[in-house]
Design a binder for this molecule. Sequence first.
Ligand code: BEZ
Length: 299
Amino acid sequence: MTDPERPETGHDDAEIAGNGRISADGGNDDEAGDGWDSETRGGSDAEAGNVWDADEYDGDHSFVYEYGADLLGLLEPAPEERILDLGCGTGHLTAQVAESGAHVVGVDRSASMLETASGSHPEHPFVVADARALPLASGFDAAFSNAALHWIDATDQDAVLAGVHDSLAPEGRFVGELGGLGNVGAIVDAVGAELGRRGYETGTPWYFPSIGEYATRLERAGFEVRHARLFDRPTPLEDGEDGLRNWLEMFGDGLFAAVPADEREGVYRAVEDRLRPTLYGDARWIADYRRLRFLAVRP
Ligand code: BEZ
């Protein structure tokens, strides 16, 4: 693909923006003096109240990027394309996309996840940035996001989509997957019931939209939606009997924010009891994931 707005290839990419923005090879400068460099663009390890543990994420929860690999079929990355991986985490999919010969920039809000990503894949650029205020130059051929958008509040989704739209060249693709309406519904309901019984306020820290809602947002941001699908993906959790408990501990900080640390173990066990009849069998837990997957194009 070629496009007049597209950054040149090669070393000079780092200077293309000239305004402190990240170019398609991940270089940035701060000649504009806006004080933003790759370490200060809103980086934070807390996403929707969740604190990330990169080792745990890569260990027992590797299914997140393993399932994401399936999404690459929709992205169809091509050699020399400039691709943005939004919410790249520890960079496994970034590296997989790059195997196509594309130039991929990984962006994530969590500095500790990116430290792991850079350590494992030093050949690719990784940038700490907040998806709600992407410091990106325009001209990317595609943007890609797996299991990241649902961590961003509904009220901030339009800002994210506007930023992705602006970072793409005309005909640029945005391929994404996030939790869809009803995602982990049984788990959320069981946690809500248990916390309610104990007198704690409950709420869902994630954003799980319907096709209609997200396609509308994409269109409002200027995209043409070419594909959208909502589907169940029952997901086996690692670690046998401890699988659900570990999942709650890894991803549930926002759910359990009101619960004192010394009470959490008891809550986890009570939630297990509630869910065992429906989500446990053959010595493993199956999380009731539902995915919303889309392909949208900037006209
Ligand atoms: C998900 O990938 O759908 C997800 C993961 C953790 C918490 C909530 C949703």
